[in-house]
Design a protein around this ligand. Structure first.
Ligand code: MG
Length: 414
């Protein structure tokens, strides 16, 4: 019997509609920047990493059309962001605005998982999003929860009434996942039976408020949350988020970073007198060198371009302009170091590089082991393959006018 193919179609509503009164300053907290990117955009990109998320709706502040226009501009490159809409006076109203926009854009099925996320929780991990989708796709309400590390007291103003047993307590986070049908039902019930004295502060509370008959068959399950999935509420939270970022960047990479990527590089330099020949970082004695602004290491230039291609970082000329006197006669291994740094800064690994040098002269085979050692010292552990060939006397390399090099590089998310 053929296995039935199960395709989950999940959706996310990211709420960034608050006025952020607890974070002083001219900007609401969801517009504060972390590494040059507003908090809500971190969340959007985290969700787009999961292929089961078919659409995202972003909810912005109702009273700030300019802020919403900025949000639209920021997500323009992401076709799965279906809408940027104005929120309402309460969190639940804002969620309802997002769901209205979602149902206008797509025909939702009863069991489609819908995840609601705070725009001020930028460090949500791909793993947590996946766990919430898994649970919700199985027909449950999934709430990420962490265990309080402090002792929790029940108060009546400033009088302590009692100590609550910690093992029975959980601190709720987002994303909170609900099967579409239940979320629509809970929002409808909320609209008909508003309770201004006890507004629902999350989706779990919305479902808890439903009469038994309306939530029958739906369990609310606690899923392991993450300490680092903090909500930016106070200025010190932003400092903490910055401190947690290197770990988070390693997981996110650049957005939406493919798990594997390949880059291609090609370079040519002409032979020139009075120059030293440098290939793969190795000086090759008693041979005409190559013309160029730097040391003209054609092999390393092709390799650098392949690395930059694999991480989507442009080309060697953009990074190291050949009119910049700083790079005059520069050892090209320094360019290679910079390119490798870029790969690492994106939290990615350089897995493999394959390089072919086309030269009629000199004979390169004796130098390949030294080149390998030299390149591996900069690249770090990876599969490195170096090949040399001639072009059988044809073309400019065949006429001994210069050397060409081709490189292919593969990088991966860790
Ligand atoms: Mg070059």
């Amino acid at each position: 019997m053929a296995a039935e193919k199960v395709t989950t179609r999940g959706y996310a509503v990211i709420v960034a509609a608050g006025a952020g009164r607890r974070c002083p300053g001219p900007l609401a907290k969801q517009f504060l920047e972390l590494e040059g990117q507003p908090l809500y955009l971190w969340s959007v990109k985290a969700f787009l990493q999961d292929p089961r998320i078919h659409g995202v709706v972003l909810v912005g502040p109702a009273a700030d059309e300019a802020a919403r226009a900025g949000m639209r501009e920021a997500v323009r490159a992401f076709p799965r962001v279906l809408a940027v809409v104005a929120g309402g006076p309460t969190r639940t109203d804002s969620v309802a605005c997002g769901i209205d926009a979602l149902t206008e854009q797509v025909a939702l099925a009863d069991n489609d998982p819908v995840l609601i996320h705070d725009g001020a929780r930028p460090l949500v991990s791909a793993e947590l999003i996946a766990r919430i989708i898994d649970e919700t796709a199985a027909g449950r309400v999934a709430i990420p929860v962490t265990t309080p590390t402090a002792t929790v007291k029940q108060l009546d103003r400033n009088t302590i009434l009692k100590t609550l047993p910690r093992e029975t307590l959980g601190l709720a986070q987002t994303p909170q996942g609900l099967p579409c049908k239940l979320l629509l039902r809970a929002l409808e019930y909320y609209r008909r039976h508003p309770d201004p004295a006890r507004p629902a502060t999350d989706e779990s509370a919305l479902v808890e408020a439903l009469p038994e008959a309306l939530r029958k068959g739906f369990n609310i399950v606690a899923v392991a949350g993450e300490t680092r999935n903090l909500k930016i509420t106070f200025p010190e939270d932003l400092r903490l988020a910055r401190a947690l970022l290197p770990q988070s960047l390693q997981e996110h990479g650049s957005f939406p970073a493919p798990p594997f990527a390949t880059g291609f590089g090609y370079d040519v330099h002409a032979f020139a007198n009075q120059r030293e020949l440098v290939l793969g970082g190795v000086k090759i004695p008693q041979h005409t060198g190559l013309a160029g602004h730097s040391d003209a290491d054609v092999l390393v230039h092709a390799l650098v371009d392949a690395i930059l291609g694999a991480v989507g970082a442009g080309d060697i000329g953009q990074l190291f302009p050949d009119h910049d006197p700083a790079y005059k006669d520069m050892c090209s291994l320094r360019f290679l170091e910079k390119a490798v740094e870029l790969v690492r800064a994106q939290g990615r690994l350089l897995l493999a590089a394959d390089i072919t040098v086309v030269a009629e002269t000199p004979k390169l085979a004796p130098h390949i082991p030294a080149m390998r050692n030299c390149l591996l010292e900069v690249l770090g552990p990876c599969q490195l393959n170096l090949k040399a060939t001639t072009s059988e006397g044809l073309g400019f390399t065949g006429r001994r006018e210069g050397i060409a090099a081709y490189a292919i590089v593969t990088v991966a998310a860790p």
